[in-house]
Ligand binder design. Structure first.
Ligand SMILES: Nc1ncnc2c1ncn2[C@@H]1O[C@H](COP(=O)(O)OP(=O)(O)OP(=O)(O)O)[C@@H](O)[C@H]1O
Ligand SMILES: [Mg+2]
Length: 488
């Protein structure tokens, strides 16, 4: 059964049950009320007759009585079925029947106890329902006869019927309102649920951009909001997965191309060296051209090497190494550039920190990458600060990233290395992309965009963490966390 039908039918069921209870109580109330009225008013009427007829009863004046009875009955013809007068012995003295009197009326009890002033009973007379009110006819305290007045039950039934008819009309109106209300409720609950169901089906079928638009401040609105958030998250994660696959494909392609290009480059370089040796010395123009060609070959070779680094997931040669020494070694290679570019270098090392487990040459490659990036970010000069210190891993910072959690335990001792520059900084948008292979803001021919993605791979292979914080026009800080080498 559909939700809409369930809501409406339960509304109707509840209303119907309530209505039946209501009608039954109305009928009971009317019935009760009528009996009370009979007791209060009609018993008085009967007692009045008894008082008026007492002489005639004692004197057995049947004719006079019959006349009087017919007159009284005629006044209230629509209510009164019969009036019967019995004498002291219980014989019928007079009655209002023109035809033969129904036999059962002759058997009515006519004896009243002392203090008993009336008796009310329901009887069925000639298949119709009658309220019979009986009162004693008394002379002084002695009972000299009895009077029975039959009130037509149909008269009371008619009142009940009228009440029932209006109650039924009321019930119909209430049921109609209930159905409309049910439709309204189901519209506000069922149709949003239907929308959510359709949206879920669409997302399931692959259209991840699907969202539901339900604007309401209640739980349904909140449900729609959570649904949309979930859909957005799903879209994001799927995009990331697709991107990861793309990177892998790029890596394979890059390594393929690099291998193919590397050997011819070597041949070209050898050829150039050979040709250079064969030109007469002093030909300045020719040696400038040769130098230009050789520079370009070295550049191309660098790019090829970067590509190979990027795609390589080699085994590392891990040994306990001093992070300070690794940084100093790398610094030696780029110091000249720093001097030319007017860059001050500050070494803020913690001495005697524990060694880290590292592949020396790979890590030096990382530092050179980071230093070069920093130099490039400070074209007009600046300050490069290198820091190292021992710290405890604060697990909470990295929660949610499984890889990071796998390598460090909260509270574990780690060696931190920081490379901080006072350069131009990285915009928030770019910060999300800097680890992507080939992402570069440097002009064509100036950067491959592979430096940080190679760095990231190497750090991950070391089981370390790389974190970048940056502020535009202020500078960038790159923090690396390494495992402490256990001395066994
Ligand atoms: N210290 C830094 N300050 C400002 N921007 C930086 C810094 N380090 C990296 N970036 C930004 O990140 C981008 C990517 O850096 P990455 O090292 O991966 O490539 P690249 O430096 O552009 O190229 P390559 O490393 O091949 O020379 C850079 O182009 C630059 O925009
Ligand atoms: Mg770089």
């Amino acid at each position: 059964m559909k939700l809409r039908h369930k809501i409406i039918s339960s509304f109707i069921l509840v209303i119907a049950v309530l209505s039946i209870v209501n009608i039954l109580s109305v009928v009971y109330a009317i019935n009760h009320n009528q009996e009370k009225r009979l007791q209060e008013e009609e018993v008085l009427f009967a007692q009045d007759l008894a008082a008026r007829f007492v002489r005639d009863v004692v004197e057995d004046k049947a004719d006079a009585l019959t006349d009087a009875l017919f007159k009284d009955k005629k006044l209230r013809e629509e209510m009164i079925e019969y009036i019967l007068v019995f004498d002291k012995k219980g014989y019928l003295l007079s009655n209002t029947y023109l035809e033969a009197i129904p036999k059962q009326l002759l058997k009515l009890n006519n004896q009243f106890a002392r203090g008993e002033n009336f008796r009310l009973q329901k009887i069925v007379n000639r298949k119709v329902f009658v309220y019979d009110i009986a009162v004693p006819v008394r002379e002084g305290i002695e009972q000299v006869g009895a009077i029975h007045i039959g009130f037509k039950g149909i008269y009371i039934l008619r009142t009940i019927k009228i009440a029932l008819a209006s109650a039924l009309v009321g019930v119909l109106i209430i049921i109609t309102i209930a159905v409309l209300f049910g439709l309204f409720i189901s519209e506000t609950i069922v149709s949003p649920i239907g929308k959510l169901k359709d949206a879920a089906a669409k997302i399931g079928a692959g259209s991840l951009k699907t969202r539901v638009s339900i604007k309401s401040a209640d739980e349904i609105g909140a449900l729609a909001d959570s649904f949309n958030r979930m859909a957005a998250r799903l879209e994001e994660t799927t995009a990331l997965m697709i991107q990861a696959e793309k990177f892998e494909a790029i890596g394979r392609l890059a390594s393929g191309v690099a291998h193919e290009v590397k050997n011819p480059l070597g041949v070209i370089l050898q050829g150039i060296n050979y040709l250079e040796g064969n030109i007469p010395s002093g030909n300045k123009e020719a040696s400038e051209v040769f130098q230009l060609i050789k520079d370009s070959i070295v550049r191309a070779d660098n790019i090829v090497r970067m590509l190979l680094d990027f795609s390589r997931v080699d085994e590392l040669y891990m040994r306990p190494e001093d992070a300070n020494i690794l940084m100093d070694n790398s610094l030696l290679l780029v110091q000249q550039i720093a001097r030319l570019e007017n860059i001050e270098i500050v070494r803020d090392y913690q001495m005697g920190i524990p060694k880290i487990l590292a592949d020396k040459s790979r890590l030096e490659q990382v530092f050179i990458n980071l230093f070069t990036n920093a130099f490039n970010a400070m074209p007009g000069g600046g300050r490069l600060t290198l820091r190292s210190y021992l710290c405890r891993f604060d697990g909470s910072v990295y929660e949610g990233d499984k890889i990071k959690k796998d390598f460090f335990n909260p509270g574990e001792e780690t060696v931190a290395v920081e490379v901080e520059d006072t350069g131009q900084g990285i915009s928030e948008d770019n910060l999300k992309k800097i680890f992507e292979p080939f992402f570069t803001t440097k002009g064509p021919g100036k950067g491959t965009g592979l430096g940080l993605s190679v760095t990231n791979n190497i750090i991950k292979l070391h089981g370390g963490i790389i974190e970048i914080t940056s502020q535009l026009a202020k500078g960038t800080k790159i923090k690396l966390l390494f495992k402490v080498a256990r001395s066994e």
